[in-house]
Design a protein around this ligand. Sequence first.
Ligand code: BDP
Length: 697
Amino acid sequence: MSFSRVTCLVFTLLAALLFPVLPAHAESGYDLWLRYGPVGDAARRADYAGALRSLVMRPDSPAAKATLAELQRGLEGLLGAGIPVAADVTADGALVVGTPSGSPVVAALGLGDRLSAQGAEGYVIRTARTGGHRVTVVASEGEAGVLYGAFHFLRLLQTGRSIQDLDIAERPAVERRLLNHWDNLDGTIERGYAGGSLWQWDELPGRVDPRVEDYARANASLGLNGTVVNSVNANPRSLSAEYIAKAAALANTFRPYGIRLYLSANFDSPRRLGGLATADPLDPAVIAWWKDKAAEIYRAIPDFGGFLVKADSEGQPGPYGYGRDHADGANVLADAVGPHGGIVMWRAFIYDADVDPDRVKRAHKEFVPLDGRFRANVFVQVKNGPLDFQPREPFHPLFGAMPKTPLMAELQVTQEYFGHSTHLVYLAPMWNEFLRSDTYAKGPGSRVADIIDGRVHGYRMTGMAGVANTGLDRNWTGHHFAQANWYAFGRLAWNQELDAALIADEWIRMTWGHAPEVVSTIGSMLLDSYETYVRYTMPLGLHHLIGGDHYAPMPENPDPRREDWSAIYYHRADETAVGFDRTRSGSAAVDQYHPPLDDRWNDPATTPENLLLWFHRLPWDHRLRSGRTLWEGLVAHYTQGAEEAKGLAARWETLRGKVDDERFEAVAAKLRTQVEDAARWRDHCLQYFQQFSRRPM
Ligand code: BDP
């Protein structure tokens, strides 16, 4: 062997030793959790292949075609080879997919009662026998259920579960599972941090960007079934014939994936779009205008979901402008869409300063008296907390206070107050906390989740909405880890009991792979990130320490436009104390909560420390449970939070070379900024508060 050949061989061997697991290719993140990477474990893969020799399915509708295409795409990626589609079961190892009405093979399995128990969106996944052959069946009474079941089945493979002896039955906890897009007609997104609008309005309706279909697939994989495509600060033109045609093109793409399209409506549309003299909801011409508009929309979009409305809030028009109330306003729209099967989601995000000096009390004061006045097809849509998506808020007191009005919960997936798409913050732990909060509306055991899913008050409709974090960035969400929040929102809308850790585990395996180090490192980063963020930004119940961009620390902010947009209104720091007194000696916001929460939160000794300064204004040397003074506690939280941010970056560094370089570097760069920002939050807030506390760090 020549010298050069030997060197060559040595180098090849060395390379193989040094880089045994070099990632095959760079990844942009475009594929989300639907990457369908090959199953690595050989035994598992053989197992899967044995159970999946044929796919018995009739793709005779757009929804069934979409389901089949997804199964083929997924199984081919996971198993490395496509599986043949057959009309019937002729041997062991068939995957049988469909509805009893569309598939004689499914019908013959006699799953009738089990399927009706799950409803048209629920499904059954079972190992069964038919004609002497062993099969796996994915079945539902409805086509959407079949699609969701197919995604669930794929998820089993994606997360490395066994598919022997399956017996799974699921149905969604709430009926309406929506993303709310705050997309403007000019292509920008309000509070969007991942590029422009996915809809590419200018190209519609002539061309629908192929991404729209991938967006629909991603949502369907989570069981999301509705999308509000335009911002709550709605441009009246959204309801023009021109934009209805554009929306219809989107709706056509969504439909096979079980997703209904909804629109945000500007309350003054009859005037500003229709040319009427008024938008008074009791005016006959206005009533007729909404009816005609609804009919026009339903001609273009037969399964149109309905309207989302932000009225009399932050400058948006509403019924108050015409001497009417929110029920009058919601009902005129509800009557227009009702005959077509549509609904109205009327937002409770209102905070008129005349109602109460404490902003967080205003919505409750205005909406509770209206309970019972809304039409049957109206939801009141309520943010998780009474202020505005702050890092930590108590649950909104409207949950448990409107027994006759279905409440739709509104969560914010986009990270408006969470470091935008720059900071890594996994929001599922916060959503768990919210959903598991006991409202005590009917004694103990009336958790927010039980209110939303209708169990407590017997609501006639149920729903959950999330403000989307998607945009035109190649990876959809700006930060690769922000995909986890989209994923987690969808999973929780389907099943509110799911734990943040379990959701994280699924997402990691599907998005980053199964290597134990990768799964455990990313898992711990995700699960720690929420408390870390709270610590370095707004610990101990502090809130709204920001300015106009809602990103950088700005506790000194005195917003000249509105007192309740400033920061000093909320923290009220001076030499003697800090915090907002919402006890009975202050704003008495505690009394908007059911007993025993009202008394519990009225007393600093029984208030959870993570909400302390939300409910109380306390002297700097107030003793915390740790024995520290409040000032020392603040210093400790900010310091620990900033250290933990460094820890996130350090943990990520251990994964260098263990995940693909492209995503690794992108995340690493964002983490570097997060570490700097966390230190800035710590320094800025502590220096600011120190001028009042006059105590050492
Ligand atoms: C606030 C946002 C603002 C939204 C508003 C809303 O800052 O952009 O328009 O919520 O929910 O959080 O209507």
